[in-house]
Design a protein around this ligand. Structure first.
Ligand code: GLA
Length: 366
């Protein structure tokens, strides 16, 4: 059953009436430009067809009453305006955090009943938390009579909720593409000024997402540490952010080796994102593939955010794709999914190779 149907059915079961509507928010995959969003960089993510569905109806008061269908029907209630941070983490803190941050941003919100169902695998690096926050923000706005809240303000509220209530100092990429993105279209986001531009891939290209099966968790501090290293580099170079840095400046600044490698990744990854836009415009799949391969190497060697299982899956995909496209890790890293761009006609053979040769750490076919 689809997440939309499950949300509707779960709403009726929990509240005994039909929902007023069902809100959806997708997940995302990043084609290129990782760990550059919090450095004012350029990123090229796209939305995917799985995400979060919330069946909603007004509560008639300032009360939010929500049921999480993927968490054994757990129930959570709170009043809008209650300043207490939730004692439980996970979906509770994202929901309440989104309500608080939306209110602070001046977005319209009202009390609502909600049944939440997701189709995104958790820990796969496909932005299940940003998807939940954007869906929750839209449902709270819908309850206040606003069917199309401003996407950039919604994205900034969702990012604030993640910072304050999950403790992950994430960038703005995930929330922006989920709030703004169109299906089957990539979105170039300039994280310095939040400008966006849709980017269509040639119709004969395919985007493949494969789960490594290594569950990813960004809340353990490694992500924030990477961000800290980048800020240290920018401060040492007396720049507002690494967006303005050059490779020459980094090489000449006598930075500690780890900080230097982090900064080098950021500068080269922003350059690769620009080159990717040119490769797409020229329908140059081989060129795009080389950029994907280089991006993975930089994230693995300079940014230290890959893991051996992801490296071997990426290698396997790159061997199968044989230069007509490429593959790399995607998102925050430390496990999660891998993205590949290739000729549509090559998909069956590449999928065959992956399902016959790759096994997750638990021995499953991806
Ligand atoms: C996570 C964060 C994003 C971004 C990516 C890496 O998904 O939420 O803001 O930094 O990692 O590109």
């Amino acid at each position: 059953m689809s997440a939309i149907a499950r949300a509707r059915r779960g709403f009726i079961a929990a509240f005994g009436i039909e929902p007023q509507g069902v809100i959806i928010a997708p997940g995302r995959v990043n084609l290129i430009g990782d760990h550059v969003d919090y450095n004012d960089g350029l990123v090229l993510p796209m939305t995917i067809s799985v995400g979060t569905a919330i069946a909603w109806g007004p509560s008639g008061s300032d009360r939010v009453d929500a049921v999480a269908l993927d968490c054994q029907g757990e129930r959570y209630q709170f009043c809008l305006g209650d300043p207490k941070t939730p004692s439980e983490d996970g979906w509770h803190s994202y929901l309440k955090g989104m309500a608080m941050c939306s209110a602070e941003a001046g977005l319209p919100i009202a009390g609502a009943r909600m049944a939440i169902a997701g189709s995104l695998p958790r820990g796969a690096g496909l932005s299940s938390s940003a998807s939940l926050c954007i869906a929750a923000g839209r449902a709270l706005a819908a309850a206040a009579g606003e069917s199309a809240p401003d996407p950039t303000r919604l994205a900034l509220s969702a990012q604030a909720a993640e910072h304050r209530f999950a403790g992950v100092k994430c960038g703005i990429m995930d929330q922006m593409v989920i709030a703004h993105g169109q299906p089957a279209t990539a979105l170039l986001i300039d994280c310095r000024d939040l400008g966006t531009q849709t980017v269509c891939l040639p119709a004969t290209w395919a985007v493949l997402i494969v789960q490594s099966g290594v569950e990813r968790e960004l809340v353990d501090g490694h992500y924030n540490q990477r961000r800290q290293d980048c800020e240290t580099a920018a401060q040492a170079l007396r720049l507002k952010s690494l967006r303005e840095a050059t490779l020459e400046q980094i090489a000449g600044a006598s930075l500690p080796s780890q900080v230097e490698r982090r900064a080098r990744h950021v500068v080269t990854e922003i350059a690769r994102t620009k080159q990717t836009i040119a490769a797409i415009a020229d329908a140059d799949l081989n060129g795009f593939g080389q950029l994907l391969v280089a991006s993975h190497a930089s994230l693995r060697d300079d940014f230290d955010v890959s893991v051996p299982e992801v490296d071997s899956l990426v290698d396997l995909l790159n061997r199968a794709i044989a230069g007509k496209g490429g593959a790399r890790m995607t998102g925050g890293g430390f496990g999660g999914a891998v993205v590949a761009v290739l000729e549509q006609s090559a998909l069956p053979a590449v999928l065959d190779k992956v399902t016959s040769e790759y096994r997750t750490p638990l021995g499953a076919i991806p």
